[in-house]
Design a protein around this ligand. Structure first.
Ligand SMILES: [Zn+2]
Length: 479
């Protein structure tokens, strides 16, 4: 089977072939740590977490890194507002960011979270190379990249140079072109700054300031991966100027093209038709949402849309995702709790279900990580098991293990069904209570039925859900 990846650089799906055998070097633009992460960030990091999981599952040896931007205008601004040190502020939000990433199941997939602070020397090295090769110039303590010197500047975005004029927002007397961007910014009063030395036209100059935004990523990836690597991900809005400028820096400095083989971009999270963002103040913090909904419900919500599409968030959608997640657990639980026999033969239909699921799931994921289709196939397999359990009294252990293993292995790629609450057996007493409640409901005695529901919840950690498929139960014990 062949993995197809949509490459923004060619605007087409391409066969995925890493630079070196099965080794994949993957970088995703990480967090600027000046506030808590919101659902827009969750979408982006879950999207790329699933990419890394599928690559690993397909036998690739993935090294996945994500930078932590801890030098930035927004960090400085917020630190000044709070009257704290920018570094102290950045560390505080970095810790909270890691907690959030852990909670949504993406933390462990990332091998390294390098901080921009630790790569200043590498940034200076790259800026010096760009100066030496004639791609950069200095005005006082500022260093700019001369965009007119780099032929391929618009290859990623497909924009025209005159369109860029409208976007540049760094006016400065002496700039060669309006769209030239900062490599190094002169220090402003009461801001953190570094004194660095650069050789300009044969003379050593001392500049006081801090790095531009785009140089951080190429410094980090050059230090860790070298001049060229396989996969760069980020949200679609980063194509221009951020990723465009990364290409200009790295390809000009090191002369290796393409600097990144596959550029992947994820769609954004919308709320009421607008981008969820800090600046619009329309964001929902991950940690706030997780007080009310399970993290797997959030993951299910994100993966039910293709990563390249935008997603319009509503409370209704997360509620539905939570209900669907419960239903998947409940269905699996019904199958898992079938009476087990020692029969070693696997019924043909169970064997077929496992083979079909494995191949159908892989086929969906190999087509540019089509998670909505993969999820549909996983759900269909679980539905089949539920129906099987309702039609058959018992099952051999071998068949049960095969079916459950197939479901769980595929679900792990999506990062759902990671709890083994479906393994909990329904105690006979609880089973009787559920039957009593059913009877009371039929008799119209809803208050008494509700009292039983409450008793099940408190004394047996059993939640009930009256679905279109009848009443289902699932254990709320976390394990
Ligand atoms: Zn970046």
């Amino acid at each position: 089977m062949m993995l197809l990846v949509y490459n923004t650089l060619s605007r087409s799906k391409e066969e995925f072939r890493p630079l070196e055998g099965k080794k994949v070097h993957m970088f995703v633009c990480g967090q600027t740590v000046y506030d808590d992460a919101h659902l827009g960030h969750a979408k982006n990091y879950i999207n790329f977490d699933v990419v890394a999981r599928w690559l690993r599952c397909s036998g690739y040896d993935v090294k996945y890194i994500q930078n932590i931007t801890d030098i930035d205008d927004k960090i400085i601004k917020r630190a000044q507002e709070e009257g704290t040190d920018p570094i102290e502020l950045a560390r505080r939000f970095e810790t909270r960011f890691m907690e959030d990433m852990e909670a949504i199941g993406v933390r462990k997939g990332v091998d390294q979270y390098p901080r921009s602070h630790d790569y200043i020397a590498e940034m200076v090295f790259q800026i010096q190379l760009l100066l030496d090769k004639g791609y950069a110039y200095v005005i006082d303590d500022d260093v700019y990249y001369d965009v007119s010197k780099f032929q391929d500047y618009t290859k990623l975005s497909g924009m025209r140079l005159d369109e860029l004029e409208k976007h540049r927002i760094e006016p400065r007397e002496g700039k060669r072109n309006s769209y030239d961007f900062s490599l190094w910014k002169a220090a402003k009063e009461s801001e953190p700054s570094w004194r660095i030395e650069l050789t300009v036209d044969g003379k050593v100059r001392s500049l006081n300031g801090r790095p531009g935004w785009h140089i951080e990523d190429t410094a980090i990836t050059h230090a860790i991966f070298g001049k060229q690597y396989d996969l760069h991900g980020g949200a679609i809005e980063l194509i221009f100027p951020h990723h465009t400028n990364e290409i200009a820096q790295a390809e000009a400095a090191f002369g290796v093209k393409p600097f990144v083989k596959y550029w992947m971009h994820s769609g954004i999270m919308l709320i009421k038709g607008e981008k969820m963002s800090k600046s619009l103040k329309n964001f929902i913090r991950i940690r706030e949402l997780l007080k009310r909904y399970d993290a797997e419900a959030l993951r299910l919500l994100v993966i039910s849309t293709h990563y390249r599409k935008d997603f319009g968030y509503t409370e209704e959608f997360i509620k539905k995702a939570a209900a669907r997640m419960n239903y998947l657990y409940a269905s699996l639980s019904i199958f898992y709790n079938m009476n087990e026999t020692s029969d070693e033969a696997v019924p043909e239909e169970i064997g077929k279900m496992a083979t079909d699921l494995d191949s159908g799931f892989a086929q969906a994921m190999d087509d540019d990580f089509n998670t909505p289709l993969a999820l549909t196939r996983l759900s269909a397999a679980i539905d089949f098991l539920r129906t099987y359990a309702q039609a058959n009294r018992e099952i051999g252990k071998a068949a049960k293990d095969l079916a459950v293993e197939s479901v769980i292995n595929n679900a792990q790629v999506l990062g759902i069904l990671g709890k083994d609450s479906y393994k909990h057996k329904l105690a006979p007493e609880a089973a009787n209570l559920i039957r009593d409640r059913e009877r009371l409901r039929k008799e119209g005695k809803f208050n008494e039925a509700d009292a039983i529901r409450e008793k099940l919840r408190l004394e047996h950690s059993i939640s009930l859900e009256d679905s279109e498929y009848g009443t289902i139960w699932y254990s709320t014990l976390q394990s």
